[in-house]
Structures are given as C-alpha cells and as structure tokens.
Design a protein around this ligand. Sequence first.
Ligand code: AN0
Ligand code: CP
Length: 316
Amino acid sequence: MKNYSHINDLKNLQETVQEAISLKNNELQFESLGKGKTICLLFFNNSLRTRLSTQKAAQNLGMNTIVMNFDSEGWQLEFEDGVVMNQNKSEHVKEAAKVVSQYCDIVAIRAFAGLVDKEKDETELVLSSFIKYATVPVVNLESSIGHPLQALADAITLEEYKVSHKPKVVLSWAPHSKALPHAVVNSFIDMMLLQEADFVITHPVGYELNPKIVKNSKVEYNQEKAFENADFIYVKNWSSYNDYGKIVSQDENWMITSHKMEHTNNAKFMHCLPVRRNVVVSDKVIDSENSLVIEQANNRTYSAQIVLKKILETLK
Ligand code: AN0
Ligand code: CP
C-alpha cells in the first residue's frame, strides 16, 4: 500500500481486520519491521487518540516518530499555485512537503474541514497537496472528508463484539454545541458499505449527508424507530451538509439516553471520542457495560499499526 487516505486503499477490509486483531494479540511481533524508519506526524488540529495511538503503533513496529503541531509551530502554508506570496503565508506546500519527506519515510497528516467552503473542503487541499508533493507515503489522520483510521478501528471493534446474526448497525446523529465535520461519519459509512449488515442512518431533517457517500444506505428520520432491534448504536454529531457547516437545529431530544437504548437489542454504544457527556450521550449510557468507547480508542493503535505495517512492507 502506498498511501492510506481512504478505507478503500485497503485491498480487503475483512482480512485487514483479522490481521489487526492478530497484531493486537501480539503487538510486538513485527517490532523490527520499522527499524531505522521514521514517521512524521503533522497536526493542523487538536488530537488525543490519533496523536498517541499512531505514535504507539509506530513504536510497536520499531519506528521513530517526530510530531509537529503544524498550525501553531510551523510556517503558514500556501497551497494555491502561482500566487504572489506577499501576504501572511511564508512557505509553499511544494517546498514544505518535499522538505518533510527528507526527514521521514512516512508522513501522516491531520487537517480538518474548515466547514466554510464545501467545494474547497472536498478537494482535501492539505492532504491532497501532501500526496502530490511529498516523496514518501502519506497517511490520513482525519482530512476534511474522511477519517479512515477511525473507521478501521471501528471495524475491528464491530468484529470483536460481533453477534451471531447479521447485525443491525445504526449511525445516529446527536446534538452538539459546536459545528462538527463530516469526516468520521463519511468514513464510517464507507466502511459499513463493505460489511454484511443491516445498516441504518438516522438524523433530523436538515442533516442529510453527501448522497455520493450515503449511496443506497437506508435513512430513517425517526430515531426511536431506527433504534428498534439494533445491535450497535454508533453516535456522532455532524453539521449540516446542504447548509454547509451550519447547525440547523439543536434537537436536544436526539441525545442518546438509556430510555432510547431500551428500544434496541441490548445494543452496544459506540462513539469515536472526544464526546460531550449529557449533550451527545447521557452519563448512564456511556458508563454502562454496553459502552465500547474505550475499546474503540484502544483499537486505534491496531488500526494504525496494521496500516503502517502494510506501508512499511512496500518500502523494503
Ligand atoms: C472532531 C470531528 O468531529 O471531526 C474529531 C473527531 C475524531 N471532533 C471534534 O472536533 C469534537
Ligand atoms: N477519535 C479521534 O480521532 O480522536 P482524537 O481527535 O483525539 O485524535
């Protein structure tokens, strides 16, 4: 594998999930694979899980890691071609990406959606510029439209807690006080479309997602109805896609409560974290035995590790 920018960069999701679970059972089994190799992690946004789990994954493979908060510590980057750079941007991505590539063997980048200009966000400017100009493989740590390492970790978690029948998996919108990107849900949907499952998306009117990503997935506007017989409830807030980046309604009734979970088939609760308690989900649900959030975060290590392993194997 050259780059990991999308879940479809994996040749086979199910096989990759099994390989990740086997790594999890013996996380140091490839500890010399990355000896002498370095990964640079460039963050244009905050992170807890991605930042630490990707470093841990790299270390488990024997790699060195270099981390940089690019937005606060690097030069402001210009991404447009042919501009007269006489304003506030000091360096062009053409040089930056090539220079960073000289210091590492893999570069990984987090750059969220700005949520102002849909067309611009959809070009994934930061990630795609690094893919274009870097001379080493690039890993997506959440771009403006996808978070494929999270989706792979979620696929691992779904596999670990699988039920004996075809599972019903519900992706539910929940309220949030800040407008949030679509990346996590986009990649979750991409991943679910590769699974054998009864998959349902539920959200209030106005929160319809990109139809090119949703494809033929079932959308149910009645949350309680969607929850009936569900085995997994995957929760995430997102801002409006049509009224791009806006909070079009603050439907507090969409918060996940234990009353709502009672409509399910004793469903597991999932969220990628960070989560706002008692806004997105009640304390009772997130603290319940059915909550998988901590294990999802744990699986971020093994999703990153299997991806880095596949990239390292192509560098040999
Ligand atoms: C980010 C988002 O919704 O994309 C990161 C989630 C992994 N969440 C927040 O900004 C709260
Ligand atoms: N789930 C996730 O990506 O968390 P961080 O934003 O803390 O990295």
